[in-house]
Design a protein around this ligand. Structure first.
Ligand code: PLP
Ligand code: COI
Length: 361
């Protein structure tokens, strides 16, 4: 059934940053530190459905202290990027996939599903007012963060009858402070991220809250990210905010299949690019031991992390209480770096978009 057209109300920010202030931020955006001048807000209520879509000045959200999200974490979010092409136009990458995943996450968290058309329109509306925030320097982008949460003031435990969807945007450079250099990963043995039947496959704040102590452990051990195993401690799952892929000497891409990890859109795209060049893709349960043995025997030659924020980043080593894997130095160009190049070439419009992954904003 077609969703009704929503009538958008746009209120310009009178206190928008000056062009000079914006340029200073875009010159060195970092990740997630600065925000554009506007945000999107769409209301949902049990009785009225989705209504009152608006673009308004970026600023604090007023919440009742009893708002359900503050107590029971009924929340989901997404992450995607807007890229500036050489001719100045602005594009995003596979936004329908993010919209669909947000619907799946919402369903799991008993939140209303935002129609895909509204999700896509929210991106267009925000870029229409904040397009100047999409940076031009190589490898920079505007990170788009849609999110939705339970706003109803009610302490009973049930799905909220009042929910809001928001979209904010933040100019982004490299996610890891060292740029695109190989990163060390910490293997969490004490903490699991998700379990069977849990919320691991949903993009919901609680999964990230529960990863923070393990992530802090990773930093303490000089590692940039944490890798989680499944509840049995046998199989690889994913990193705190990225999927993981192993590359074999004979050209296979191996990545965990599990119903408790996030279905990464970067991962799906990279696997497709791999298939396009004749690499074999294996998506199946992957025991940690296979990685240990594969590196020892010389069969596994690379490992990398992938996600919207991190793009593709090679993994240099995996450290843990009982495990230490040091990835070999590559003999030629890394498969991960070559896939990264191809993916970003598509995203930035430097090569044809043969899979029709881009949407103009
Ligand atoms: N896994 C987790 C836990 C994530 O937070 C992310 C990032 O969004 C990913 C995987 C990668 O997903 P995507 O490539 O869609 O950004
Ligand atoms: C993303 O890549 O979009 C994420 O949400 C992951 C987070 C580590 C920023």
């Amino acid at each position: 059934m077609a969703t009704p057209d929503l009538l958008w109300q746009v209120t310009r920010n009178d206190a928008a940053k000056s062009a000079e202030a914006r340029a200073a931020i875009l010159a060195d955006p970092g990740f997630g530190k600065h925000f554009t001048d506007h945000m999107v807000d769409i209301c949902w209520s049990e009785k009225g459905g989705w209504h009152r879509p608006r673009v308004q000045p970026y600023g604090p959200i007023s919440l009742d202290p009893a708002a359900a999200v503050l107590h029971y974490a009924q929340e989901v979010f997404e992450g995607l990027k807007a890229y500036r092409h050489a001719d100045g136009s602005i594009w995003t990458f596979r936004p329908e996939a993010n919209a669909a995943r947000m619907q799946r996450s919402a369903k799991r968290l008993a939140l209303p599903e935002l129609p895909v058309e509204y999700f896509l329109e929210s991106l267009k509306q925000l870029i229409a007012v904040d397009g100047d925030w999409v940076p031009t320097a190589p490898e920079t982008s505007l990170y788009l963060r849609p999110f939705m949460f339970a706003k109803e003031a009610f302490l009973g435990v049930r799905p909220a009858a009042k929910v809001n969807y928001y979209l904010i945007a933040s100019p982004a450079g490299a996610y890891f402070t060292g740029g695109v250099t190989p990163v060390a990963i910490w293997l969490s043995t004490q903490y699991a991220r998700a379990g069977k039947g849990g919320t691991g496959a949903a993009k919901t704040g609680g999964n990230y809250a529960s990863s923070l102590v393990a992530q802090a452990e990773a930093y303490d051990h000089g590692c940039a990210q944490v890798l989680f195993l499944d509840g049995s401690g046998t199989y690889l799952e994913e990193l705190g905010g990225m999927n993981v892929v192993l590359v074999t000497k004979d050209g296979r891409l191996i990545t965990p299949e599990s119903d408790s990890i996030l279905e990464g859109i970067t991962l799906d795209s990279v696997l497709q690019l791999g298939r396009d060049r004749g690499l074999k893709v294996e998506q199946r349960p992957v025991p940690l031991q296979e990685w240990v043995d594969g590196v020892a025997s010389g069969e596994i030659v690379e490992a990398f992390a992938c996600g919207t924020a991190a793009v593709l980043t090679p993994i240099s080593e995996l450290k843990g209480e009982h495990v230490s894997i040091v990835m070999p130095e590559p003999s030629g160009e890394r498969v991960s770096m070559s896939l990264r190049q191809e993916l970003t070439d598509i995203q930035y419009g430097r090569v044809p978009d043969r899979h029709n992954w881009l949407m103009r904003l």
